[in-house]
Ligand binder design. Sequence first.
Ligand code: PLP
Length: 257
Amino acid sequence: MKKALTIAGSDSSGGAGIQADLKTFSAHGIFGMSVITAVTAQNTQGVFAVQDISREMIAAQIKAIFEDIEVDGLKIGMVSQISSIEVIAESLKNYSPQNVVLDPVMVSKSGYHLLNPEAEETLIRKLLPLATVVTPNIPEAEVMTKMSIRNLPQMEAAAKIIRQMGAKNVLLKGGHLEDDSIDILYNGQGFEYYASKRIVTKNTHGTGCTLSSAITSNLALGYSLDEAVSRAKEYISAAIEHSLEIGKGVGPTHHFY
Ligand code: PLP
């Protein structure tokens, strides 16, 4: 059985973060493992409190897994603060993981800063070079490039800049564009384009986490990056189409239907 690890934050309401990642791994027939970087108290209406896990405990979790179990795919999600990023980068150097998907989580849909803004530069400098692919949405790409992104040519320019920052491939997600939603993948040579029809629902909590862990799953299963992204796009579209009316706010995507 293939094995995948998520290094990310816990979402108490089960829609995003570690919980979404583990559900996604399971739905792909993959054995899921987790290194928790922060615990959030949140539900479908917002994030109410965050407690960071100590750098010693993050390092101990990473060591415990890599010293014992082969990791076929690794996803990095919410990393919260500078010291967490530093210890993740230092710890992973010992193990040279393959198939690393970096979701540069910054702000939740409800507006909570899941990454301390002071840590943005450290995330770029320390984690991008580890990434097989980095998966920013437009607001995250705007933070990374300090440019405004409103259309496809600007997305292409931003993807080139982000790749120069060290990631091997860049999947820039266009869901925040006003018109068509299109994602682009840049590998340093050319672009792949992934168009998808917009699904009308308010229940989109955890979509970014789910997409990145679906890409991780498909890489762990041995698909090429292009195939892994295509399959993950199909997976997230279905998960949104079947999203759940749970809670009073933004409900979660659904993995088993
Ligand atoms: N909570 C955690 C722990 C996350 O990792 C994320 C996203 O990556 C979120 C919440 C945000 O979820 P959303 O913005 O989809 O509501």
